[in-house]
Write a protein that binds this ligand. Sequence first.
Ligand SMILES: Cc1ncc(COP(=O)(O)O)c(C=O)c1O
Length: 457
Amino acid sequence: MTTISNSIAQRDIQFQLHSQTNPRRFEEQGPLIVTRGEGVRVYDNTGKAYIEGMAGLWCATLGFSNERLIAAAKAQYDELPYYHTFFQRTGEGATNLSEKLVELTGMKGGKSYFTTSGSEANETMVKLSWIYHTVHGKPGKRKIIARDRAFHGSTIAAASMCGLDFMHREFGLPLPGFLHTSAPYSYRGMQEGENEATYVERLARELEDLIVREGPETIAAFIAEPVYAGGGIIVPPAGYFQRIQEVLNKYDILCLDDEIVCGFGRTGKWFGKDLVGMQPDMMALAKGLSSSYFPIAAVVLAPKIYDAVAEFNKQGGAFGHGFTNSGHPVGVAVALEAIKIYEEMNIPEKVQKIGTRLRNRFEETAARSPILGEVRGAGLMLGIEIVKDKQTKEPFDVEKQAGATFDRIAYRNGLIARCMGDILGFAPPLILSEGEADELADLFDKSIAELEKTLYA
Ligand SMILES: Cc1ncc(COP(=O)(O)O)c(C=O)c1O
């Protein structure tokens, strides 16, 4: 990374504060300057190519050069580059996308609501939960239960719903009223003598104990990703959501589904809820909604939630919520085109096929490597856990920085991965071909071999 006087690197160090970046380390090392993309690859300013094994931030599902999405945006910019959806206004695109999302998600009789980011979509679900309970005569139902290791975004309530210390510690979060229950993390959470069914039972009991302890009359909603993304690619054990749902129903607690990563084929189903048997009252969609070619997100809500908003405002008030760029015509046009492409590709089937191929290759590496404890995930959302001892699952000492070291080695080899501590994550663009999956797997295998040498040096 260059630090030539007046270079982009130097000016970037001087002027930009970066997300999820250590400031002092960044000052020493400077940025990776990404200049262009093609298919599943991005290129830096020296011309070096990388397979983007994370589709950016789990989001560029159709890769980095999709002509149809670009054309859809250009055409919309020519037609009407901005308008909004406040005060009874809409455009044809916003109407069409609202209908399409209700149909695709299977939220019968439901509605779509647009936001700009995933965090805003999650916060919108919280506010709608509050309205719902208020209208049903339970205004005391305000608390939200999320789960350890969860990632739900960076705005204040969304960050409060995260179950990750690094999202809380600088800010004195979570806010009061945002609670957490254990993650369904079979690899490390299941105890000696437990099986999946008894583990699920223990998790459901823990949730119920928390609800009873806090007072069911104070709990509004439970939020979960069907499959954890940033918390370490965790697929819940069989029957988990069914049992959780029973507990939620018993205490009149809404189920909020964060599909921001899982949605639009990522797990090999159209939505993660269909993989894990979740029955949400609301769903948050972002990322794959537009392949992140435009910042657009949405909430799809059940009719009973909409009815509550209407009931609350029956004296003539207006729903007191909204974002300037909600339902932005360019975002809507890009999202409609992205969905059309997913349908043409039959995205769930394609992802299952390529996901299985990639996973099998990771399993082969894990079988021969002494430091890979588990390969897990769904579709093209795969995680690999680095351990010091495969039998005992003992992790490497934190100072070894095993995951971060892998990231550096992979990057040198032309592969962008994502370490979450010592869990390696892969969520490549869903357009990944068989050949590209093999290439990614070869680079993974090579990088793991180098990591072994480094860790044992
Ligand atoms: C599961 C999940 N929820 C919510 C968010 C927040 O989305 P945004 O960054 O668009 O606010 C993310 C972002 O990575 C995410 O992974």
